[in-house]
Design a protein around this ligand. Structure first.
Ligand SMILES: [Zn+2]
Length: 284
């Protein structure tokens, strides 16, 4: 993980420099080697990590796990349409947000719920969106910014739906899914291509706006869809798309890479807290 001697490429100007340089002699970037952790960060975000595949894999793995936690409920459901859908109990134990989690003050579930899904179609659609839209957004923004948008939009969607839910008689509804993050990616892509105003950009933008509108309408037509999370995710993503430069405009800097690493860590910590809290509340 740590490389304390030898040379590396400056993360800012890409010139060959020494890892232990206090500042880049060419562009003046402070601590380009980041006390030896710089090269590791650069390789992670320079193609060593395939974030899209990791996100898809995490969703699929957790879906399988949520069924395995309570197989009877998923394999012999009361309603035949719910076949292969994990039970609420299993989903709460893995980090569903709203409902019991909100009542218990488990606010970190706004991060864990992003990776959970309620049924085969829910996960199939979302994984397909991650594969296509996720890859496109990663190309446009770069992997670190992509993960920041993904996480902020997913969490932003759940914050909105949980907050609004607090004013309803029943409290926030239990909710899960990567849809808020996916809407956030759409929002970010639309904001980005509108800001760039290129001919290609406007075509991409039109296509994305069509998808967003269709998905919103689709959400209102189906039961049990958290439209507020879609809206909150889209708004958050749009805001980030306005602020963040694209990969072609500016290379991802250390600050963005470290922010992404901190968000990965926060998500992992949220899963650990959920497992501890769940085993206290629901037994082993
Ligand atoms: Zn430099």
């Amino acid at each position: 993980m740590r490389q304390s001697t030898g040379s590396m490429l400056c993360p800012n100007c890409r010139k060959l420099i020494s890892v232990d340089e206090p500042r880049c002699p060419y562009c003046g970037t402070m601590r380009p080697g980041l006390w030896g952790f710089g090269p590791w960060l650069s390789s992670l975000f320079g193609g060593k990590l395939d974030l899209v595949v990791i996100l898809m894999g995490t969703c699929v793995l957790l879906f399988a796990f949520s069924i395995a936690l309570d197989p009877a409920a998923a394999l012999r459901p009361a309603n035949p349409l719910d076949i292969l859908s994990p039970s609420s109990r299993a989903l709460y134990r893995l980090g569903m947000t709203g409902g019991w989690a909100s009542a218990a003050g488990a606010w970190w579930t706004i991060l864990t719920a992003i990776y959970l899904h309620g049924g085969p179609l829910h996960i199939l659609f979302n994984v397909m969106w991650i594969r296509d839209l996720g890859r496109a957004a990663e190309d446009v923004f770069g992997p670190a910014r992509f993960f920041v948008v993904w996480t902020a939009a997913g969490a932003g969607g759940f914050v909105l739906s949980n907050l609004v839910g607090m004013y309803s008689a029943d409290g926030p509804s239990p909710t899960i899914g990567a849809s808020g993050s996916i809407f956030g990616l759409l929002g970010a892509m639309i904001a980005h291509s509108r800001r760039r105003r290129s001919t290609l950009g406007s075509g991409v933008s039109r296509q994305m706006i069509q998808w967003a509108v269709l998905l919103f309408i689709f959400g209102f037509m189906m039961r049990g869809v958290n439209n507020l999370a879609h809206l909150g995710g889209f708004a958050t993503g749009f805001l980030f798309g306005r602020m963040l430069p694209g990969a072609a405009e500016r290379r991802e800097g250390r600050t963005m890479q470290i922010t992404a690493i901190l968000l990965v860590t926060a998500t992992l910590v949220a899963f650990v807290l959920t497992i501890i809290r769940g085993s206290i509340a629901f037994g082993r």
